[in-house]
Design a protein around this ligand. Structure first.
Ligand code: APR
Ligand code: PHB
Length: 389
């Protein structure tokens, strides 16, 4: 088989790229290791920046997001007995949209399938060959049979554990990583959200987050030791701990119910450089990971896709190669800023096992400054709603 762009990975990055390229008449094939149902079973964050929302619309898949997504003009921050609001729209002119990643992915699958997009599921043994030549090809097996796809370019959208990043020789690749000494225990419950905006809480028992998917589906998280097992946390234990970590008025309003999902996610900051090697381009989690504190995971994937999509479109439609040549540089410039913000917001809100009395005072001063200073709030708002592409 031959295609213009072979996309490894059918998560949000790969699907969005393939849909955007399709709208410009550029052919792609998406190779996904799992099934559609498996990909849609993953629960991930659901806060979309303006740039992501614009890309979804440009890809022709914004209709349900525009209808069902919730526009949030701000967020709440809590510490001790303080509760204050950061007004995104006042400070930046832009809100965020709360619409789950699962829904984003479902809309993208529906769109690709409606236009007979080439999505191949259950692929195994994917190997990217000759990416540093003018004739790359990808091999894989499916149901025991080997296949080959010849292409112009390969987009590595296969997440943190994929093969694309590993294809770049270690002599070229440089990786930067920080692993945080705690996890997030998250639950999903069919209960009305405790607040109409998110609440990020720093408490002396650790971080907590009140989020949501819709009017009757709530998503809550609490910081926990990495050694914990989600199965040891009963729903009752979770709700009791959450109540202790959020402001009293919210704790009183909290509607609890059975969890329909419960899991622990580790927190990591990670970036690989460069994001391009020959004709292979890395996008999304394949190239970088952020801790979830600033809700930047999906949104950083979107800026990569924006740069790569425009680079490919400029090349195929206008024979201009600058976008492709500068892909890694442009993508990384924005990624590092999102990494900084997610790291900063994680430091602001979590309790660290080795935090000294001095560190705690610094954290508290940072929170007090944020609460009282409009400029500090504007900086948070600008980063949260997303820096320009
Ligand atoms: N071959 C084919 N597909 C693969 C391979 C492989 N060797 N390895 C992984 N995959 C698939 C995975 O099954 C997954 O569906 O690649 C996809 C990668 O999807 P994600 O991990 O969701 O990554 P991405 O599309 O970049 O999305 C970024 O999703 O992971 C979250 O926090 C992240 O919100 C961010 C967003
Ligand atoms: C979520 O709703 O899952 C969510 C929201 C905001 C975050 C992280 C996760 O910062």
């Amino acid at each position: 088989m031959r295609t213009q762009v072979c996309i490894i990975g059918g998560g949000p990055s790969g699907l969005l790229l393939s849909q955007l390229l399709h709208r410009k008449g550029i052919d792609s094939v998406v190779l996904e290791r799992r099934t559609r149902a498996h990909v849609l079973g993953r629960i991930r964050a659901g806060v979309l920046e303006k740039g992501f929302v614009a890309l979804m619309r440009e890809a022709g898949v914004g209709e349900r997001m525009d209808r069902e997504g919730f526009v949030h003009d701000g967020t709440m921050i809590a510490y001790d007995d303080h509760l204050f609001r950061i007004d995104f729209t006042k400070h930046t002119g832009t809100p965020v949209v709360v619409y789950g990643q699962t829904e984003v992915t479902r809309d993208l699958y529906d769109a690709r399938e409606a236009s007979d997009g080439k999505l191949i599921f259950n692929v195994e043994d994917v190997v990217i060959n000759d990416a540093d030549t003018d004739a790359p090809f990808v091999t894989y097996s499916r149901d025991g049979t080997g296949h080959r796809i010849d292409c112009d370019y390969v987009a590595g959208c296969d997440g943190f554990h994929g093969v694309s990043r590993q294809t770049i020789p270690t002599s070229v690749r440089r990786e930067y990583e920080k692993v945080y000494p705690f996890g997030w225990l998250g639950i999903l419950s069919e209960t009305p959200p405790v607040n109409d905006e998110l609440i990020y809480a720093n408490s002396d028992r650790g971080f907590a987050l009140c989020s949501m998917r819709n009017a009757n589906l709530s998503r809550y998280y609490i910081q926990c030791p990495l050694s914990d097992d989600a199965a040891d946390w009963t729903d009752q234990m979770f709700w009791d701990e959450l109540r202790r970590r959020i402001p009293g008025e919210a704790a009183e309003r909290l509607v609890t119910g059975p969890s329909i999902e419960k899991s622990i996610a580790p927190l990591r900051s990670f970036v690989t450089e460069p994001m391009r090697w020959g004709r292979l381009f890395l996008c999304g989690d394949a190239a970088h990971i952020v801790p979830p504190t600033g809700a930047k995971g999906l949104n950083t994937a979107a800026s990569d896709i924006h740069y790569l999509y425009h680079g490919l479109a400029d090349w195929y439609l206008n024979k201009e190669s600058e976008g492709l040549e500068r892909y890694s540089e442009k993508a990384l410039a924005r990624i590092w800023k999102a990494e900084r913000f997610s790291w900063w917001m994680s430091n602001l809100l979590h309790r660290y096992p080795d935090q000294s009395a001095f560190d705690l005072k610094m954290q508290r001063a940072d929170l007090e400054f944020l609460e009282s200073n409009e400029s500090a709030q504007k900086v948070l708002a600008e980063n949260y709603v997303g820096l320009p592409f």
